[in-house]
Design a binder for this molecule. Structure first.
Ligand code: FSX
Length: 361
């Protein structure tokens, strides 16, 4: 793409209709919880936007974050947004290697000093002065400190970069830390998830292109638009939780009926992310929809939190009370049912308080 070309010009040259572009802006605005009027403003701003330079450095990670973004890349309109950034350095995706790659990195930092967006995926090793993870003979720690100096903003992509992730899991042999433990003087946007959702990555970039600012963040430095609610809040199985219908094993009748996976260890009630709404693979599904509980991968210390298959706590079981009510007779049943609904609400709220404090530990 021509460096001076705007996003809209680029899309038109690719044969993309303006209508499709407007639809994309509308869905992006809705996903980011912006008012409908923002879609038009977003379309106008994005249409005029030019590519910012992006330097992407991978540290201690599994490359899942890069895999995530590339999976959504090619046929999607999000891909076009990604085309709109000038991805000047990304070791996994770039053709250059060795000295040529190092030169590309130095040139990109020099030419765009003070203006580029720095994306980091992976945690930063601090053990043995960073010697556990080196690229081109330099520790990730050194590379981060150098690249951060000229960055306008930093995106910590994935749970490793945001919170330390799996490399930081007990016993943390490399002294892994998140980006925010090292860099204190730049705006940092954490896009957690192991890996993060592709549309959240492109959404944050689109927000930055549109408004030129960092989006509103939660207490963990994540964009509230995508991390403002728990998986549980938006889960399509939530009505079963409210009715006290839980699968007890992965192949029982409850599981076959699509009941709540809470008792099988689902961490949806304490996990903030957009999986239940944006889903994965072009909105096809997400883990809970495929029958597996959420593992809480977008939360700090999720790996050490204690058991993917262990329930957070024992939830209310209103079915037991409904059965008792049936024996006691219809009139009494109504009374018990109301009493139990109140009990369930109380237990549920106690349970949610308990599970939230599990997370805070
Ligand atoms: Fe971590 Fe990403 Fe998990 Fe993997 O780059 S967030 S281990 S998906 O690859 O950093």
């Amino acid at each position: 793409m021509d460096k001076g070309e705007t996003l809209l010009e680029h899309m038109e040259r690719q044969g993309m209709s303006r209508r499709t572009f407007l639809k994309y802006c509308a869905s992006l605005a809705s996903l980011m919880a912006l008012p409908p009027s923002a879609a038009a403003a977003m379309a106008e701003a994005l249409g005029k936007a030019r590519r910012p330079s992006v330097i992407w450095l991978p540290f201690q990670e599994c490359t899942g974050c890069t895999e995530s973004i590339t999976r959504s890349h090619s046929p999607s309109v999000e891909g076009l947004i990604f085309d709109m950034i000038s991805l000047d350095y990304q070791e996994t995706l770039m053709a250059a290697a060795g000295f040529q790659a190092e030169e590309a990195l130095q040139n990109a930092m020099k030419e765009n000093y003070g203006k580029y967006v720095l994306i980091i995926d992976g945690s930063v090793s601090t053990g043995m002065d960073g010697a556990y993870s080196c690229i081109g003979g330099r520790s990730n720690l050194d590379s981060l400190q150098e690249a951060a100096k000229g960055a306008a903003a930093i995106i910590a992509l994935g749970t490793c970069a945001s919170f330390g992730g799996i490399p930081k899991a007990n016993p943390n042999p490399t002294g892994a830390v998140p980006v925010s433990d090292i860099i204190k003087d730049k705006p940092i946007i954490n896009i957690s998830g192991c890996p993060p959702i592709p549309v959240v990555i492109t959404g944050v970039i689109a927000h930055y292109l549109t408004f030129g600012t960092v989006p509103e963040l939660d207490k963990h430095g994540r964009p509230k638009a995508f991390y403002g609610e728990t998986i549980h809040d938006r889960c399509y199985r939530r009505p079963f939780y409210d009715q006290g219908k839980f699968a007890k094993t992965f192949d029982d009748e409850g599981a076959r009926n699509g009941w709540c996976l809470f008792e099988l260890g689902c961490k949806g009630p304490i996990t903030y992310n957009a999986c239940a709404t944006s889903k994965w693979n072009d909105g096809t599904s997400f883990p809970i929809q495929s029958g597996h509980g959420c593992i809480g991968c977008s939360e700090p210390d999720f790996w050490d939190a204690g058991g993917f298959y262990k329930a957070l706590s024992t939830p209310a079981n209103p079915l037991k009370y409904v059965a008792a009510a049936a024996v006691a007779g219809a009139a009494a049943g109504v009374a018990v049912s109301f009493a139990n609904r109140a009990r369930k609400q109380k237990a549920k709220s106690e349970h949610e308080t308990a599970t939230t404090s599990d997370l805070e530990k």
